[in-house]
Design a protein around this ligand. Structure first.
Ligand SMILES: O=P(O)(O)O[C@H]1O[C@H](CO)[C@@H](O)[C@H]1O
Ligand SMILES: [Mn+2]
Ligand SMILES: [Mn+2]
Length: 405
């Protein structure tokens, strides 16, 4: 009986989105630019990595061919043809270039509405929203109240936050209200409690997520965010592939951020993890445990949060190379009728200006021991990924997208 394993390499875009101009992202290409920089010796870091990008396993599944299909250009060091599996390109119809939009559409539900966003001004949050938040959460006030990179704002305001008991509230070009506070001084449970209050206040503004960003450390030089991040998210507007597989009586393993991204809907097994090694281990564990017709979905967030937003090209390259070294373990564990799909939810080109996501097409790399090699072309919605998995698992077709299997 079939099973499906869907790996979201968070932010691993491959350029070429036809509407990238509306986002100021024309020419961005996360994977392609990393390969170019690596080939030019611009992704070297002592003790971490050096030289051309070394991803033979993803290349065999068709990453080079997918990038060529997406952009017309084959990045250096990659192959124009796949050696196994089916490769293609995903194009997003949802307007947001954010994590929930990408994930929901991949799971068969394009986002039909516009998210709320906070303006680039400072303060960024509506004063009445903050007044209500401070009052309901019984806070002495807040810090931040602007667009910021999470690591930078913790370095800048973390000490003051510890001293005053005021949490750091910030946003980005995504539909987010993020709250950073010290795990010890402020308290993790207290942080989650105020995030829940903020979520209730921001949901009517169509803000997609409130994100708890706990950190530890003694001062600006040692502050570090922990794996206790938690996303309080608006639920998808229709049943996703997760709901559909659960409703059919099957298992749904949600690994890493997945459960948060779908507001827990359709999840039968919620498995948390931190860092690429652990997330990969947990995916392999799930492959051991999963029953017939199970759907296993993992979000590998580090590509995005640790390297893309940080504009860290060597770090991103090393992360791709690490993931690639682990791929044969997943393939070795596959049963004859298991399906493995690698894709991404948006781009986050580390060579691009700023620190935000980039509007890109994404790779769709599909492999099963029982599937012949081939090309699936440029799919005009990410929902084709979810529909293909639904088809593989024997579920009835959904409302959006078409199976390529
Ligand atoms: O800079 P940090 O805190 O990592 O924030 C990033 O993480 C958020 C959620 O993925 C994005 O909206 C982006 O702003
Ligand atoms: Mn993402
Ligand atoms: Mn991100």
């Amino acid at each position: 009986m079939p099973r499906a394993i869907l790996c979201i390499l968070d932010s691993v875009g491959i350029g070429g989105a036809p509407d990238a101009d509306k986002y100021g992202d024309t020419g961005s290409n996360t994977f392609g630019h990393i390969a170019e920089w690596a080939a030019a010796g611009r992704a070297d870091r002592d003790g971490l990595r050096s030289g051309p990008l070394n991803v033979p396993n993803m290349d065999a599944l068709g990453i080079g061919a997918a990038i060529k299909l997406s952009t017309g250009t084959l990045p250096p060091g990659l192959s124009a043809t796949a050696k196994g599996g089916r490769f293609g390109v995903g194009r997003e119809v949802s307007r947001g270039k954010d994590t929930p939009s990408g994930h929901w559409e991949i799971a068969g539900v394009p986002v039909p509405f516009d998210w709320g966003y906070f303006p680039q001004s400072e303060p960024t949050f509506p004063p009445d929203l903050i007044a209500e938040f401070v009052s309901r959460a019984k806070l002495p006030g807040i810090l931040g109240d602007k667009h910021a990179s999470g690591t930078d704002i913790i370095a800048a305001l973390g000490e003051e936050s510890i001293r005053t008991g005021k949490p750091i509230c910030y946003t980005s070009i995504d539909s987010v209200f993020q709250i950073a506070a010290h795990e010890g001084a402020f308290g993790l449970e207290r942080l989650y409690e105020i995030c829940q209050i903020a979520f209730e206040l921001t949901a009517p503004l169509m803000i997609g997520r409130v994100i708890a960003r706990p950190f530890v450390g003694d001062d600006a030089t040692s502050f570090k965010r922990t794996g206790n991040r938690r996303d309080f998210a608006i639920a998808p507007p229709e049943p996703t592939l997760l709901d559909r597989n659960q409703a059919a009586g099957n298992q749904v393993y949600a690994i890493g951020k997945i459960s948060d991204i779908y507001a827990g809907h359709g999840v039968t097994h919620k498995i948390k993890g931190t860092g690429l090694p652990q997330l990969f281990d947990k995916t392999l564990d799930a492959m051991e445990m999963a029953a017939d017709n199970a759907f296993i979905m993992t979000n590998f967030v580090d590509f995005d949060s640790e390297y893309g937003h940080r504009r860290d090209v060597p770090g991103y390259a090393a992360a791709l190379e690490y993931f690639d070294t682990r791929l044969p373990e997943a393939i070795a564990k596959m049963r004859h009728d298991d399906l493995l799909v690698l894709t991404a939810d948006h781009g986050n080109d580390p060579t691009w200006p700023g620190t935000d996501h980039t509007r890109e097409q994404v790779p769709i790399l599909v492999f099963s021991p029982s599937l012949s090699q081939g090309e699936i072309g440029i799919r005009t919605t990410f929902a084709d990924i979810g529909e293909s998995i639904a088809h593989w698992l024997g579920l009835a077709p959904g409302r959006h997208g078409k199976s390529f299997l």
